[in-house]
Structure formats: C-alpha cells, structure tokens
Ligand binder design. Structure first.
Ligand code: SF4
Length: 395
C-alpha cells in the first residue's frame, strides 16, 4: 500500500489532515484555510509524504539542474529593503560596483568555450542602468552568442526603468524582448501582503505591479519564475496569501515555470536581530508550496543558499530542481550569510549530489527542455585506471 493510503487510513490522524491527504490523492486543489492549517498543524513527516507523492506524480525521480552563470551589473541600489545584505545604497557608493555594457559583455565572453545554456542577470537598481543600457546589452549579447538564453532582471528593475522611460509594462517588456530578453527570474516578490511588504521593502514595486509585469511578460509568450522570501516577520497566512496570488495568476496565464522559496538570512542587513528559521521549517515550507501550488510544474531550491545537504533533503519534500552550476558568479547568497561562500559546482558534483540520494539528474535548459540525461552517464573521473604509471626516475 502506498504511504499516502497508509496516512489516510491512520485512525490517529486529525480529520482535516486526512481530508487534505485525500484531496492530494484525488488531485484536488486545497483551499486557503487548508494551506494555513498545514503550516500551523502538519508535521514534517506528513508533509513529506504528500509533497513527495505530488513530486513523483509530476516528475518521477527526475531532478533538474542547468549550466549557468550570473552577471550582477551593480550592487548599488536606490531602494532600501531591510532584509537586503547585498546592496550598497547610493551614499555607500565606494563599497559598490557598477558595470558598463562592455564590462558585462567581457564577462559573457569568458564563457565562450563553455557549454553553459543560460546567463542569469540580476542586481541593484541605479539610474544609469536604464532601458537603453539593458537594450544595448541584450542586443550585443545576442549578436555575440545567439544561443545563450538571457534570463534577466525582475519587476523591481523593470518597474523603475519603464516608469523613467514613460512606457507601459507591456510596451517596455516588448521592447526588451525584441532586443533579446528571453525570460524573467522570480526575484523581488518577497512577501506580497502590504502588512509585511511595507515593513521590509517599503519603497520598491508593489505586489500588484510585480504581478502585472509578470502577466505582461506571459502575454508576450515569455516564461518566468516566482519567489517568496520566508522566515522573518511574516506569519503563516502571509505565506499562503502570497502563494494564492501566484496560483491565481498562473490559472490566468500559465506562464510561470518554477516557484522558488528563498530563506531569509540574517547577516549584514537591517534585520539581523530576526532569527533564522530551522532546516525543518525550510523543508515544511517546500512541501507546503508543492501541495498548495498545484498549477506550478516545478519547485526549485537554490543549493547555494540552503547548503548542499539541505538541497539533497529537499528532493524528498517536493523539490525537483536545484538550479545551476553558478561558477562562483553570484554574491547575493554569500553576502547574506549562506553556507556556500564561493558557490560553484562542476556538472559532475551536481550529478553526484543528485545520484547520491537516488534521484535522476537531468541537465535542462531554461525552458526545461532536456539537454542531457545523466542517469547512466559515467564521468571520466569515475573510471578507475587499469594500470598506474610509475614515476620516471632518470628521464
Ligand atoms: S533587495 Fe534588491 S531592490 Fe531591495 S535593496 Fe536589495 S538590491 Fe535593492
């Protein structure tokens, strides 16, 4: 009998938890109140059974990753998010960096002979990096390497850029898509509800603006991701409210690919007095996201943020994607106090990490097309030499 059936038949399980488990088995959506109930009452083991059932129904053992690198054009920012460990305000400019288009292209060129499929671009918001700046970069990047997928910026940057350029969200996205932009990552969502958003990110785009920019991108045929920054001053129902707004937009457009819960880290920011949540809470959160977001194909964990070990564990709690090789090109996680201070993994390391927990490693491109199935792949380093070279004493 499947572990989900065993759960449902357990006479000691509370009736609401049995009802939710039955819904999951039947493929029926759970309600807002049930989402909150799970956060308040469900144990990790229960959540793991439900989330893993959904994960395996959707993807079996397949576990996705991609080969990518980041460009972070600036860490200076006009905004003042309290949880941000990354940005240097305009007044701290001497501690920051601000690239020009050619500097960004130089980084891109370093990967000319590498089999990467994606460049992920994100950073702070500064006046100089405006619509023309990014359009020029996208055009040059595409001219140099047309096959490289450009996944860039978030509604936080776009809202600022389009407002200055006096363009609607739709026209702005269309202009940049025509310049070479392929898709949008999920950042800047934080917690949508104004009760929390106004305390942690009071001056950047609102939930409605964030969601509208994604909606316009979806209308243009772009695929995007969505994040949620959890584990700080929000309550459980704020998290469910956040996911509910995403679920509704996804019903409307179908344009989201992955949901990515981001753990609040408390180093080097204005919220350092807020304690971080435990790994158990991280896993519960992944699992509830997998259960709640029935119309999202993928739940992603950033291994660089939560550690390699927690990423492995998360694969039993609804996660089917652990992001990319990164090549030590992002400072966002390490500056916030993540365990990985120089995040980079070779393809072999990522494949081994996934295989070690008995899942099947699949290298994907940004749109989840399979690039390589590593399930049966043997790396050269894995093959033991059949003879050993003796040292040459007198050459
Ligand atoms: S989170 Fe983003 S928008 Fe907010 S201060 Fe940091 S870099 Fe700026």
């Amino acid at each position: 009998m499947q572990s989900l059936d065993i759960l449902i038949q357990n006479p000691n399980l509370a009736q609401p938890l049995k009802d939710i488990a039955t819904k999951v088995k039947d493929g029926t959506r759970i309600s807002f109140d049930e989402g909150v109930y799970l956060y308040q009452n469900a144990e990790l083991s229960y959540l793991g059974v439900l989330a893993n059932y959904i994960r395996e129904k959707k993807h079996g053992d397949l576990t996705y990753f991609n080969r990518n690198f980041h460009i972070e054009p600036t860490n200076i920012c006009v905004y003042d998010c309290k949880f941000c460990s990354y940005s240097r305000m305009i007044k701290q400019r001497e501690e920051g960096w601000e690239m020009d288009v050619d500097g960004m292209i130089d980084i891109l060129k370093k990967y000319d002979d590498e089999p990467v499929t994606e460049v992920h671009i994100t950073g702070g918001v500064v006046p100089k990096q405006n619509l023309d700046f990014y359009a020029s970069f996208f055009r040059k990047a595409k001219a140099h390497r047309p096959d490289l997928h450009i996944k860039a910026l978030t509604p936080v940057e776009y809202y600022y850029i389009f407002k200055k350029a006096k363009l609607s969200h739709y026209d702005g996205m269309k202009f940049l898509q025509e310049a070479g932009l392929d898709s949008m990552p999920g950042g800047g969502a934080e917690i949508f509800h104004p009760e929390v958003r106004e305390k942690i990110a009071h001056d950047k785009c609102t939930a409605e603006q964030w969601l509208d920019i994604h909606e316009q991108a979806h209308k243009l045929g772009m695929r995007t991701n969505a994040t949620m920054l959890y584990g700080h001053i929000e309550e459980f129902w704020h998290r469910v409210d956040h996911m509910e707004r995403l679920r509704q937009l996804q019903d409307k457009t179908g344009g989201f690919q992955a949901f990515i819960p981001l753990k609040f880290r408390n180093q080097n920011n204005q919220m350092s007095d807020v304690a971080e949540v435990s790994v158990v809470e991280d896993l519960r959160n992944y699992a509830i996201a997998r259960i709640y977001l029935d119309n999202f194909e993928h739940i992603k964990a950033y291994w660089a943020m939560i550690s390699r070990e927690t990423a492995q564990l998360s694969l039993n709690f609804g996660v089917d994607d652990i992001d990319g090789t990164l090549d030590d090109t992002t400072k966002i996680y390490s500056m916030a106090g993540a365990e990985e201070q120089t995040p980079a993994m070779s393809t072999k390391e990522l494949v081994d990490l996934i295989k070690y927990v008995k899942r099947k490693p699949i290298e994907r491109d940004t749109l989840y097309n399979v690039v390589t199935d590593y399930t049966e792949h043997v790396f050269e380093d894995d093959v033991k030499p059949s003879y050993y070279k003796l040292p040459v004493v007198n050459p």
